[in-house]
Structure formats: C-alpha cells, structure tokens
Design a protein around this ligand. Structure first.
Ligand code: FNR
Length: 339
C-alpha cells in the first residue's frame, strides 16, 4: 500500500500529543510560535463516536460535543486545519474507521497511540497494549489507510530489543502509514530514564517513511537543540511534548520568550477559542511549575474563574471584550447538557 502525503511529516518540528494540554488553544499557541504540525491530546474512539459536531460561527470553531454531559471532546478551527493531527486511542479497526470518517474533513491526519502505559489504556487493549499485538495493529492501520483520504500515522515506544523494534516498525511501514513517531523509552520507563536516541537512529535508518524522533525534551532547552536532537537520532522530524508544555515558545526560531508573555498569549487564545477555565488553569499551572510558590503563583492558585485568570495577567480588557461570547457559549454548552 502506498503512503499518502509523506511530505507533510518530512523535516518538521511537531507538537506532540499531551492529554489535557494539547487543546485547540495550546495547539494554536504552538503553531503561532513556529510548530509545523500539532497533535491533539489522545481522544478515545467511543467518546468521539457519541459526540455531535457543532459549528460555532461566532468563535470560528468546530466543536465535537459529548451530548450526554455537554463536554467538548475535540475542537478545531480553520487556522490549524492543514496542521492538526488527531491522536486516537483505539483497539478496534471498525471503531477507528468510523471516527476517521467522522473527522477527516476537519483535520490533516490521524494518529494511533501505541505508547500510552496507563492502566486505563492497557486494560482497554489500547496504547502500549498494541505493541504486543502486531495483527491488531496491522488491522487498524490497513483499515484506516485503505478507507480514509487523510494520512495515517502511529506513535510507538522502543521495544525490549533493537531488532524487535525494527521488525515492528517495518510491519507498521508495510501498512501504508505516512510516518511513524517513536519515543525512545520502553513502556515501563518513566521520563527520568534516559531516552534511547541510538535505538531511534537505528530504527530510522531501516525505514523509508519519515520517522519522527520523540523523548528528547529534557535536553531541549533552546531552539538549536531541536536540530541537534534530529541529527543525533538521524530522523526526518522531531516531536516535542514536555519542552513545549513548559514553554511553547521553544518553537520560535528566534529564541524563547519570557514565560509571562507566553501565558498571556495562551490566555488570549483560550478566551477567543472557548477553552474551559479548568483546563486553562491546568495548562498555565504546568507552565508556571516552581513559580507557583511566588506571590504571583499564589494569586494564580486562588483563581476560580476565567476572569480571575485574565485579571492576573492584565487581560481584563480582552476578557471584557470577549466576555459575552465566551460566557454565552460556555453557558450554551451547559444548556445543551441540561436538555
Ligand atoms: C504525554 N504523552 C502522551 N503521548 C501520547 O501518545 N498521547 C498522549 O495523549 C500523551 N499525553 C501526555 C500528557 C503529558 C502531560 C505528557 C508530559 C506526556 C507522552 C508525550 O507525547 C511524549 O511521548 C513524552 O513526553 C516524551 O517526549 P518529550 O516530553 O521528551 O518531548
């Protein structure tokens, strides 16, 4: 099977998938700083399957809303349409295909998570559970590649040996995927373990499709480090998760900017694109990290509304200008849930 649009994944710097961080607001922030592609957080197939697609003209967004509780499962907009990769958690080819058919007109590609080590994923036969089920992987990927118009990719971890990892990766390639991301840690390894750049390099040298190197955030503190990681791993592209979570301006070729400015830029987009307060606070908290101990950090921790958050970063005027749309629309989502 021939792969679609491999060029989309060649020579790119990519925002990796991160649960609760990789929302529309954070993806747009990353794109505006210079990311070439942005992955959504992992979304479980059945959640999307029971959602309803709603176009919000006023905010310029498309939302997939869970009608049972009014929560937004996935939202997107035209600014990211050619850059957003939706990451799916799945263990079933037919369910995955149904999701693909539902969303393919709104996104640039679909990715299957084969690296999540969490119990929830493993028990559901998803994430890293797939690394032990090559037939299942083959069925999911070939079903998607054969029936979708958009490129299909997957994200794996390194296996117990280099040979096993290469064999598994070649099987993935033979399914017709357009690229493969590889995180250089095994399933049981945590972020503090060293990332296996050498294994990534060996795998990349054996594949013809673009390979996306991942796992290097601890060594990536400035823009130039991204190119170094690409060279060390011999990969076509680099995917950053934590380095972007800590400061999304890592994607700026001109260098990182002050955290204050990054938080401000994020909050403006969060208000503009209907990002919920709780998620916005969580995202800012992950940017502030140890600064939560400072007086500003303490004021931040006490916030209870989007307005409180905006006030801390002198965004009162922006919030007030958008308040009607933001509050109405969030209220409207709740109204849908109540009915
Ligand atoms: C992750 N990671 C992750 N991976 C994935 O495939 N789907 C996901 O939804 C998530 N969620 C997630 C949330 C958070 C908060 C973190 C920090 C990480 C793993 C992530 O994409 C990446 O593989 C690892 O963090 C290693 O890359 P970095 O951080 O060294 O660039």
């Amino acid at each position: 099977m021939s792969a679609k649009n491999c060029a989309q994944y060649t020579n790119k710097v990519i925002l990796g998938p991160m649960v609760r961080i990789g929302t529309l607001a954070f993806r747009l922030l990353s794109l505006r700083y210079g990311a070439d592609l942005v992955y959504s957080e992992e979304i479980i197939d059945w959640r999307l399957l029971r959602s309803k697609r709603i176009v919000n003209e006023e905010m310029g967004i498309i939302e997939y809303i869970d009608e049972s509780d009014g929560t937004t499962i996935f939202s997107t907009c035209s600014e990211e349409k050619s850059k957003v990769i939706l990451q799916l958690g799945t263990s079933d080819p037919e369910r995955a295909l149904k999701v693909g058919l539902l969303v393919q007109d709104d996104i640039a590609g679909i990715d299957i998570n084969m690296g999540c080590p969490k119990d929830f994923s493993l028990k559901g036969g998803m994430g890293a559970a797939l690394l032990k089920q090559p037939e299942k992987v083959q069925a999911i990927l070939t079903t998607l590649v054969s029936n979708l118009r958009i490129p299909v990719t997957c994200k794996i971890r390194v296996l117990a040996t280099v040979d096993e990892t290469i064999k598994f990766s070649k099987m993935i390639q033979s399914c017709g995927v357009s690229a493969m991301a590889i995180h250089g840690r095994m399933v049981h390894e945590r972020p503090q373990h060293a990332n296996r750049s050498t294994v990534i390099r060996q795998v990349a040298s054996e594949l013809d499709i673009p390979v996306i190197a991942n796992g290097g955030s601890k060594e990536i503190t400035k823009y130039e480090d991204i190119a170094r990681f690409r060279e060390t791993t011999g990969c076509s592209s680099v995917m950053l998760a934590r380095a972007a979570e800590w400061n999304a301006s890592i994607f700026r070729p001109d260098g990182k900017i002050e955290m204050e400015q990054v938080i401000k830029a994020f909050l403006i987009i969060a208000v503009d694109k209907n990002n919920p307060f709780t998620n916005s606070k969580y995202t800012v908290q992950n940017m502030l990290r140890e600064q939560q101990e400072t007086p500003l950090g303490k004021r931040f921790l006490a916030t209870q509304t989007m307005e409180d958050l905006c006030n801390i970063w002198d965004l009162k005027d922006h919030y007030n200008a958008k308040r009607k749309t933001y509050e109405l629309y969030r209220g409207w989502n709740k109204h849908k849930a109540d009915n």
